[in-house]
Design a protein around this ligand. Structure first.
Ligand code: R5P
Length: 296
């Protein structure tokens, strides 16, 4: 078995290769003047299983195409099975049709990945595990949970009077896992999203967290709208302090700067999407352990 690093996840692939003592190969990518992609894989790949590590973080389409090209080419060169480690799986939030005529992107992406030669897909905190497992059953799929890694990191801060908050019911599992691990009370706000213009409203549900140190938890942050609305409610409630933690951070750095200006004391995400501007919690032990138990 060998590991091939995609351009979006070189650091993570390096860590997994070191953890497991498996050789890491680099895929050579170049980009033509017109924007098209050139790839050359290591042609020493023979009849063996290959792990590709590539997050489909922004720019999603570019990283997705790189993954597809790698999987298809490595299969052509004789890879026995392709195990794709895609820590952040793009388009997974488009998991149902809210209006007639809408694309079911999550399904489409899984189908394309399967058809590109991927035999098993390993991701982290996929937005809707039920849809992920249900779509394209012929593709072996695993969604690992990194929530407890966030809890372990918060534990190190040794803060009293913690209260874990989810911005909506969609974050129930994330919040419950973290709250249990930290032995802390928890609760949720109520979120409404306008299907026409996608605007978001958050309502207080009477959470009694005024004198608490808050850990605001979400699976994903993009525009920051959801988090900002939750932070505003928490500030109105005079919470003692606010830490923001998420699994996948897709936001621009400005979003996190604004968060700090609003008074958030710490910002954490995992390294499903690699970035240097916030504290990142390493998921490589989680992925390495799974690969060791399942595929080695
Ligand atoms: C929604 O269901 C997710 O859990 C996140 O709350 C949401 O996707 C975050 O997006 P944004 O940062 O744009 O509000």
């Amino acid at each position: 078995m060998k590991i091939v690093a995609g351009p979006a996840s070189n650091d993570l692939a390096e860590k997994i290769s070191q953890n497991l003592g498996i050789t890491k190969l680099n895929a050579e990518f170049k980009y033509f003047y017109d924007g098209e992609t050139y790839l050359k894989v290591d042609d020493t790949v023979t009849m063996e299983d290959i792990i590709i590590v590539q997050s489909t973080s922004p720019p999603q389409e570019k990283h997705l195409l790189e993954l597809i090209l790698m999987a298809s080419t490595l299969k052509d060169f004789g890879a026995e099975k392709i195990h794709a480690v895609v820590p952040y799986l793009c388009y997974a939030r488009a998991d149902r049709r809210r209006r007639k005529g809408e694309v079911l992107s999550h399904h489409v992406i899984l189908e394309i990945l399967y058809k590109s030669g991927i035999d098993s897909l390993l991701s982290v905190n996929v937005h809707n595990e039920e849809a992920f497992n249900q779509f394209i059953p012929e593709l072996e799929k695993y969604s690992l949970r990194a929530d407890y890694l966030i809890a372990q990191e918060i534990k190190k801060l040794q803060i009293d009077d913690l209260f874990i908050v989810g911005p909506d019911q969609g974050s129930t599992e994330n919040v419950e896992i973290i709250a249990k691990e930290l032995n802390a009370p928890y609760g949720f706000f109520e979120k409404y999203r306008n299907p026409e213009n996608h605007s978001v409203t958050l309502e207080d549900t009477g959470l009694e967290c005024g004198d608490k140190n808050i850990v605001l938890v979400d699976d994903i942050i993009t525009s920051g709208t959801t988090a900002f609305k939750a932070i505003d409610l928490l500030l109105e409630k005079k919470s003692k302090s606010i830490i923001f933690a998420c699994i996948h951070s897709l936001s621009k750095p400005e979003v996190f700067n604004e968060m700090l200006q609003k008074g958030v004391s710490e910002i954490y995400s995992t390294n499903t999407i690699s970035r240097k501007d916030i504290k990142q919690i390493d998921i490589s032990p989680l992925i390495s352990k799974f690969i060791e138990e399942k595929f080695l």
